[in-house]
Design a protein around this ligand. Structure first.
Ligand SMILES: Cc1cc2nc3c(=O)[nH]c(=O)nc-3n(C[C@H](O)[C@H](O)[C@H](O)COP(=O)(O)OP(=O)(O)OC[C@H]3O[C@@H](n4cnc5c(N)ncnc54)[C@H](O)[C@@H]3O)c2cc1C
Length: 624
């Protein structure tokens, strides 16, 4: 028999990467918050690669940290290996990636949630969700009923989860956890439109059965970089990764058994991630390629489990074993976990506002994989924003919206709720039109003031941040006041890149603007250099080197923001706006953009439609 258990301000369904950040943000902003999960022993689970960050995902983690989220700190505390990717390219795409101790990370996050004031972590499966008299009610499998003013759904890949391995398919969540089937039905009953997406993961093998001497060693960086701007201790590399490749034999095994793949036999309906293809997909889509690179990654210090990145599959187990044994270093590999694909329910994010609240369900928010994205970092970013906004709703504050000019988080959410996604959305640097401004190294300068304003950054941290800004400004002033005389060495460096040698003294700041010169290469000419954290020098050098480009991009951002402040009423009847094309009326009516800027990014809404809307607003919206 059901019983009323307790009342909360905010209830979060899920303690995955999204649920953690949502719960912490809401509780840290003073709301009485419950976080429900199906299995307490897998809080912050990594059912796929045991790593945090990577291209553009590293940007998201630093932005989460700059706003006062937890993922960056947790990653630094549980790092096995730390590497800055894309150092051969420009700073806009430099991205941090860390191999993570999966078990330790989960235990760390569970501990943070347990000790967070105002937060109540509960192992319970939510099987029903309904609204009565302005409150949400959540019912558990064990018939407890909780109420909450706001609910955040962060159910990941559990919602009506179905696992596929060859001909075998069964209802399940990831890693053998049970699926969330009844909640999926309850959401449908509520009128939430869901669809089927899928994703997949590779096998895990036992280290003792792997011949690492047949693989390339991939060590961590000598100089490591923390994700969190608050991490002061040195990040240590504890375990390396390895690289190996598939070959002709692998290709043949896969092509010979393609008919046994649920992907190719059409048994899986769900749409998979374009940018995280299974090995079957890679062999078929890139048939001209002779080999595919695989990363062999450690999963933890106290386990021999190795994750074979790049070998995600849903082929039958016997075929998976043949594939593994066709690869150098894995010829005698012992499988510990079979690769599988999982299909699950998620919403179309076009039904969400930029605050991640549902258009049609007041006080109901979505975050993470449930919103159609893929990836721990994408999930955590949405969780943070949904948590802040649910709290702001309870506290009567205005929504916290990050625009595309502020961050990758803003770009991620704007893409989801304005353009939608036809397959699991993964962040990439190419998704941002302001990459040079949105670098991973300056996330705190862009976002920490906003995190402080929201109440997620402590006074102490904010004071340290302001001190950093002072030091950057002072150092900038210093390099602009120092003149360096021309020297043979400097000119050699300049001439090496076909730039004119110095003939007269030059300001240190001007030299730092030169692509082939840097603080490191100018050390001997800068004896008065103060002893500062290397992040200060990095900021000054990047500001100088990219000054012109950054200024230009900032102007573009200001132009974009000019349209973002032109608000569109929520209840506007677009069919009454004379001059709008039918497609625009349909799209605008469905997506209900909050402002002209967002309206202009909806596919099918033309510049002419935007002009019509601007005139309509000038004439005073809603008078028609
Ligand atoms: C097999 C597999 C392969 C993947 N491959 C990739 C990949 O290649 N690339 C990539 O970027 N990402 C991949 N992912 C995705 C990645 O795991 C997710 O992106 C990430 O974990 C999503 O975080 P989340 O917080 O949205 O959900 P999750 O981390 O899945 O957390 C969901 C939480 O909701 C809880 N929950 C669900 N239903 C209920 C309920 N009814 N009641 C109470 N609690 C509930 C669960 O217990 C859990 O705590 C993969 C995931 C899986 C499972």
């Amino acid at each position: 028999m059901e019983y009323f258990a307790s009342q909360f301000d905010i209830a979060v369904i899920g303690a995955g990467h999204a649920g953690i950040e949502a719960g912490l943000a809401a509780a840290r902003l003073g709301c009485r918050t419950a976080v429900f999960t199906i299995n307490l022993d897998w809080v912050g689970n990594m059912p796929c690669n045991p790593s945090i960050g990577g291209t553009s995902k590293g940007h998201l983690v630093r932005e989460i940290d700059a706003l006062g989220g937890e993922m960056g700190v947790a990653a630094d505390k549980n790092t096995l290996q730390n590497r800055m990717l894309n150092l051969g390219k420009g700073p806009a795409v430099h991205s941090l990636r860390a191999q993570i101790d999966r078990r330790e990370y989960s235990a760390y996050m569970k501990n943070v949630l347990e000790n967070q004031q105002n937060l109540y972590l509960r192992q319970a499966e939510i099987i029903d969700l309904y609204r009565e008299e302005g409150l949400w009610y959540l019912k558990t499998r064990l018939e407890a009923v909780y109420s909450a003013k706001c609910v955040i759904i962060a159910t990941g890949t559990f919602l009506a989860g179905k696992v596929y391995v060859g001909d075998v398919c069964y209802d399940s969540g990831p890693d053998g956890m049970f699926p969330s089937t009844e909640l999926a039905l309850a959401l449908k009953k509520l009128g939430v439109l869901t669809r089927r997406f899928k994703t997949g993961t590779p096998p895990r093998v036992n280290r003792r059965s792997v011949d690492l001497s047949e693989m390339e060693l991939q060590p961590g960086d000598e100089v490591t970089t923390p994700f969190s701007f608050t991490t002061k201790e040195e990040i240590e590399n504890k375990l390396p990764c390895y690289i190996t490749y598939t070959g002709e034999e692998t290709k043949k095994i896969i092509l010979d058994n393609l008919d046994r793949s649920p992907l190719y036999s059409g048994r899986i309906d769900g749409v998979g991630p374009r940018y995280c293809p299974s090995i079957e997909d890679k062999i078929v889509r890139f048939s001209e390629k002779e080999r595919h690179q695989l990363f062999v990654e450690p999963c933890g210090r106290n386990t021999g489990e190795l994750y074979i990145q790049g070998l995600s599959s849903s082929l039958p187990e016997d075929v998976q074993l043949k594939i593994l044994h066709s690869i150098p270093g894995l010829r005698n590999a012992e499988v510990m976990r079979t690769a599988y694909a999982i299909e699950y329910d998620c919403v179309d994010p076009l039904c969400l506002r930029a605050s991640l609240e549902f258009h049609d369900f007041e006080g109901l928010f979505g975050a993470g994989q449930f919103n159609g994205s893929s990836g721990y970092e994408e999930a955590a970013a949405q969780g943070l924003v949904a948590g802040i906004n649910a709290a702001n709703k309870v506290l009567g504050k205005k929504p916290f919206i990050l625009d595309r000019g502020s961050s990758y988080i803003g770009t991620l959410i704007d893409d989801l709720v304005t353009k939608g996604c036809s397959d699991p959305y993964r962040m990439m640097t190419s998704r941002s039109e302001y990459r040079l401004v949105l670098r991973q190294d300056n996330a705190d300068r862009r976002l920490t003031p906003l995190g402080y304003e929201q109440g997620l950054i402590s006074e102490e941290r904010y004071a340290a941040f302001k001190e950093k800004l002072n030091l950057i400004e002072k150092e900038r002033g210093r390099v602009e006041s120092i003149v360096i005389a021309p020297s043979e060495d400097i000119n050699e460096m300049l001439v090496s890149r076909e730039t004119s040698p110095l003939t007269t003294g030059a300001k240190l700041s001007d030299l730092l603007k030169r692509p082939q010169l840097s603080y490191d290469s100018l050390t001997q000419y800068d004896p008065s250099r103060p002893d500062l954290d290397r992040s200060i020098f990095e900021q000054v050098e990047l500001d100088l080197k990219y000054e012109g480009y950054i200024k230009h991009q900032q102007q573009q951002i200001n132009e974009m923001r000019r349209l973002e402040v032109k608000l569109l009423p929520d209840d506007i009847d677009y069919s009454k706006v004379t001059g709008l094309r039918l497609e625009a009326i349909e799209k605008l009516g469905k997506i209900r953009p909050e402002n002209i800027g967002r309206a202009s990014r909806i596919s099918g809404v033309s510049p002419a439609d935007i002009n019509v809307l601007l005139i309509y607003l000038e004439r005073g919206a809603g008078n028609d």
